[in-house]
Design a protein around this ligand. Structure first.
Ligand code: MTE
Ligand code: MO
Length: 273
């Protein structure tokens, strides 16, 4: 071997370097996937680094894997230490405003939740006392907005699955609903809307029944403020903020895909992340 030939790395070192690189690519993919628009801008401005393969392909594979994972009821959104929770900005007041777009409060004593698409046929009108009778669940998760910001929040509320199990959505077979033992027989979708029906979101039933999908009444240890959706909002941390509808007035189970405010503006109907 001549003096100028660089020493060959022992195979072990080469292997561990490759491992390191693919791990780094994976992290890029995670970062790029994590914050849609800013992530995309970040990705397209990256220069290839030392011949490390361009992470885009991995990112796409990663996205697809996440979308598929959503259909695995065991896949969970990351949890955070409670002391990382901060106050999110007040963002998005469709269905909470007057015709000029000014935020309007509601009289919480008059609020009722209409529930439709139940096996029993007749719609129900529920109060917050009904919701608070369901088991309370708390979690600290990340709220991600498609605008590119995210914030860790501590939430408390009822699991949507407990709500569904108690009130009995319509089934496809027409048999008695059993949300826990036979979730595949429950109708495909849930639509949720504000009392004025000016903001509305659709969820596939699997996302609705996911253990981290909450009908939420507390944020960071305090009752929800009206700006954040009092008395009841949705939290579903495998989806973007658009699906976290505030001031829910109506929940409707259906076999048809419900209308969705942001899907009508061209966003992906599922908006998982
Ligand atoms: N009723 C209603 N709910 C809504 C919205 C809205 O415009 N109206 N915006 C959504 C969006 S885009 C986000 S990011 C979150 C923000 O929740 P926050 O105001 O508690 O931070 O609310 C969601 N829920
Ligand atoms: Mo958002």
């Amino acid at each position: 071997m001549s003096e100028s030939t660089p020493p060959k790395k022992p195979p072990l070192a080469a292997e561990s370097e490759m491992h390191c690189m693919s791990r780094r690519s994976f992290l890029w993919a995670a970062v790029a996937t994590g914050s849609a628009l800013s992530g995309w801008r970040w990705l397209i401005t990256q220069k290839p680094d030392d011949g490390v393969p361009w992470p885009l392909r991995r990112t796409l594979q990663f996205n697809e894997k996440l979308a598929r994972n959503l259909y695995n009821p065991n896949a969970l959104a990351p949890l955070f230490p409670r002391d990382m929770a901060t106050e999110p900005r007040q963002n998005g007041f469709f269905g909470m405003s007057d015709a000029d777009g000014n935020f309007m409060t509601i009289d919480l004593a008059d609020w009722r939740l209409t529930v439709d698409g139940l096996a029993g046929g007749e719609p129900l009108s529920l109060t917050m006392a009904d919701i608070k009778m369901l088991p309370r669940h708390e979690m600290t998760t990340e709220l991600k907005c498609i605008e590119g910001w995210s914030v860790v929040v501590h939430w408390a509320g009822a699991r949507f699955s407990d709500f569904a199990a108690k009130y009995g959505p319509a089934t496809r077979s027409g048999a008695k609903p059993d949300v826990r033992a036979n979730p595949n027989d429950i109708v495909e979708y849930v639509g949720l809307a504000t009392p004025d029906e000016q903001y509305y979101v659709g969820l596939d039933i699997k996302a609705a029944l996911h253990p981290q999908t909450l009908l939420c009444y507390e944020m960071n240890g305090k009752p929800l403020t009206q700006e954040h959706g009092a008395p009841l909002r949705l939290v579903t941390p495998l989806k973007y903020g658009v699906k976290h509808i505030k001031r829910i007035g109506l929940i409707r189970f259906s076999e048809d895909r419900p209308a969705d405010y942001w899907a009508e503006q061209g966003y992906d109907w599922y908006t998982g992340h």
